[in-house]
Design a binder for this molecule. Structure first.
Ligand SMILES: Nc1nc2c(ncn2[C@@H]2O[C@H](COP(=O)(O)OP(=O)(O)OP(=O)(O)O)[C@@H](O)[C@H]2O)c(=O)[nH]1
Length: 439
């Protein structure tokens, strides 16, 4: 996994797909008594910025040109580990099974790590911000990031529409190209039907097909391109981040935290992925970079207990937004999904309306499996919105269109890289134009 920001050409020419994050190590059981198992984070206060220091806390991040060392241990970890009660430590199994996403990524999955190896995984690199000179507009970066997805489509279109008059076999071929690009059967049919109407026996240029593709994709995406509204009068506004292992929950929280800090909001992060020490470290790095207080516990602590305490801290400290990370879990593992329900139940003890947003992160490289992730996480956790990550370098970005058509859930953000600038609110026209390879 690269800890450097990829340059424009790396993205443009189809940089290698990220594989889903390596397996999480989880206990089989979690302590039922949640509230008493954990103590408030002794050092958390140290990370809390003064209200007027948020911009300064953020500024050095933007200037950082060198990749940061990833797993720099903070004294906080030891303090927390010592402060942890026996109950939480006892919840950690001696040998927990490693879990890998079942969905097939485009690149071969890494060798399944042993539980021991997983426990020692370094946190995913927290990429530094791009130096000013290398910055491109978001649309340029989106186009570059989506280049593999769009070239799969545009090359397919160009090979079919070669100065021939439109006939049924060309429409069938086009439908195949669209379905293979993960756009979904309904959208594929809508595009071919529109193309067919009034154009039979006429020559059609690939550009015309691409324009129709962009229009139809935009039609599907427009209703779901909805911003994440954190100004609904909730304090704290609680956002729970859920999803399969390695889909980008922690990274997305870090990026969001940065955005919110820039808006002048006070943010607290809850390191609810208590199974993977590396995930907690990763969140702490994001927290210190973005001036957000991080509530964390020792590895193996009860995730619901952590969420309960984070809710209390966030209320006591009157923060604007509480972003709660959760451990990655496969949607078909019932006991892990039960645990997620428990986290939500515990959050509701503090505020029956919370979590106010439940965001599912989806890794674009997993293709069709994302559809079932939306369905099952939606049922269990009441997903209210989506973030699609890793659209950079994948040929399967079209899956976002199939998901929008089928589930009609708001898509708040998309991610096109590991860096803090690589997450932006989702805009239907930009995405449609970029994936159709239009200027
Ligand atoms: N290329 C690319 N990589 C991303 C993107 N978002 C996240 N990543 C990377 O994906 C990897 C996994 O991200 P995490 O944020 O650790 O994922 P997670 O869902 O929290 O993982 P678990 O805690 O294991 O469930 C990291 O290396 C991230 O840097 C993105 O939009 N593009």
């Amino acid at each position: 996994m690269s800890d450097k920001k990829r340059g424009f050409f790396g993205r443009l020419f189809g940089a290698k797909d990220e594989t889903p994050e390596e397996a999480a190590v989880r206990p089989q059981e979690v302590a039922e008594d949640t509230a008493s198992a954990v103590e408030p984070d002794a050092d958390a206060e140290a990370l809390t910025p003064e209200a007027d220091t948020v911009p300064e806390a953020v500024a050095p991040i933007a200037e950082a040109a060198e990749p940061q060392p990833v797993a720099e241990p903070e004294p906080q970890v030891e303090v927390e580990a010592e402060a942890e009660t026996d109950t939480a430590v006892a919840a950690q199994p001696e040998s927990a099974p490693a879990i890998l996403p079942e969905s097939a990524p485009e690149e071969p999955a890494p060798t399944e790590p042993t539980p021991e190896a997983s426990a020692q995984l370094a946190p995913a690199p927290v990429a530094p911000a791009q130096p000013e000179a290398q910055k491109q507009s978001w649309f340029q970066r989106l186009r570059a990031g989506l280049s593999r997805s769009s070239s799969a489509l545009t090359e397919g279109i160009s090979s079919i529409f070669t100065k021939r008059k439109l006939d049924a076999s060309m429409l069938e071929d086009l439908e195949d190209v669209l379905i293979q690009a993960d756009l979904g059967v309904d959208t594929a049919m809508a595009i071919t039907e529109r193309l067919a109407s009034g154009r039979y026996d006429k020559e059609i240029a690939p550009e015309e097909v691409r324009a129709i593709l962009a229009d139809e994709v935009e039609k599907v995406l427009e209703p779901v391109a909805l911003p994440l509204d954190l100004n609904r009068g909730k304090k704290p506004h609680v956002v729970l981040m859920v999803g399969v292992n390695g889909t980008g929950k922690t990274t997305t929280i870090g990026k969001l935290s940065q955005k919110l800090a820039r808006e002048g909001k006070t943010v607290m992060l809850a390191a609810g992925d208590t199974f993977r020490a590396a995930a907690v470290e990763q969140l702490k790095i994001w927290g210190s970079r973005t001036g957000a207080e991080v509530i964390a516990r020792a590895t193996g602590a009860d995730a619901a207990g952590l969420a309960f305490d984070a809710m209390k801290e966030a209320k006591d400290k009157n923060v604007d937004v509480l972003l709660i990370d959760t451990a990655g879990r496969l949607q078909n593992k019932a006991e892990l999904m039960d645990e997620l329900e428990k986290v939500i139940r515990v959050i509701k003890k503090h505020d029956p309306e919370a979590p106010h947003d439940v965001i599912l992160t989806l890794d674009a490289t997993t293709g069709q499996n994302a559809l079932s992730q939306v369905e099952i996480f939606g049922r269990v956790a009441g997903v209210t919105g989506l973030v699609m990550t890793k659209l950079d370098g994948t040929a399967r970005g079209g899956i976002l269109v199939a998901i929008a058509a089928k589930h009609k859930l708001p898509v708040h953000f998309i991610g096109i890289g590991e860096g803090v600038e690589d997450l932006e609110p989702f805009k239907a026209r930009d995405f449609a134009t970029a994936i159709a390879g239009q200027a």
